[in-house]
Write a protein that binds this ligand. Structure first.
Ligand code: TYD
Length: 210
């Protein structure tokens, strides 16, 4: 495939949405075609699955069901949105991807990183991002930022302990996937965080000839 697949990850409250907005403004200045997407969701069917996953009425959802639904959403998103865009030579920037499953389900829910990884390989057929950014903020600060939001989804309602595990999980994964992952400190000002991410992505796409 001719395009580039870049994913942005982070623990809750890491400033991901603002960072992606700033990246959009930077990339709009270049002569490149970019497709922005998100998980869970990112295509018609995948957005339907997202509603089920995040619905606060579904508190009885089993952890393995949750992991399978994220993988199902991912499969559909790849087929409907990501692969076609990459075939057309576009840069795809995606808000969350497989690393979220590895840390939220594999580590924080305790299903096991290898188990969740292998299950995802069925969904993705081994396809991985070319570059992934991890935005990491102290989970206490992250949750404090989120607490101002009116409605929290099912995952955001989890306790601090769960978010600590997500954070630690990302640190572990950053080491495991060194070649693909760049960690950005989310404890600094949002302007500094945006600049750090924009710098990494701009130089990466330049290196790749875009
Ligand atoms: P979203 O509203 O997109 O939150 P955020 O702005 O934090 O990205 O909700 C996605 C939630 O789903 C978020 O808490 C992380 C979680 N998640 C997983 O647990 N596993 C996954 O594979 C993905 C993609 C997301």
């Amino acid at each position: 495939m001719k395009g580039l697949f870049i994913t942005i990850e982070g623990n809750d409250g890491s400033g991901k949405s603002t960072v992606i907005q700033s990246l959009k403004e930077e990339l709009a200045k270049l002569d490149v075609e970019v497709c922005y997407s998100r998980e869970p969701g990112g295509s018609y069917v995948a957005e339907k699955i997202r509603e089920v996953i995040l619905d606060t009425d579904n508190m009885a959802m089993d952890d393995k069901t949750e992991a399978l639904l994220y993988a199902a959403s991912r499969r559909q998103h790849l087929k409907e949105t990501v692969f076609p865009a990459l075939e057309e030579g576009k840069i795809v920037v995606c808000d969350r991807f497989i690393d979220s499953s590895l840390t939220y389900q594999g580590i924080a829910r305790g299903l096991g990183v290898d188990e969740v990884y292998n299950m995802n390989m069925f969904a993705t057929e081994g396809f991985m991002p070319h570059l992934t950014i991890y935005l990491l903020v102290d989970p206490k600060i992250g949750l404090e930022r989120k607490s101002h939001q009116k409605e929290l989804d099912r995952l955001e309602k989890e306790k601090l302990e769960f978010h600590e595990k997500v954070y630690q999980g990302y640190l572990m994964l950053a080491d495991r996937f060194k070649d693909r992952v760049r960690v950005v400190d989310g404890n600094v000002s949002i302007q500094e965080e945006c600049k750090a991410v924009n710098d990494i992505i701009l130089s990466f796409i330049k290196e790749r000839g875009f």
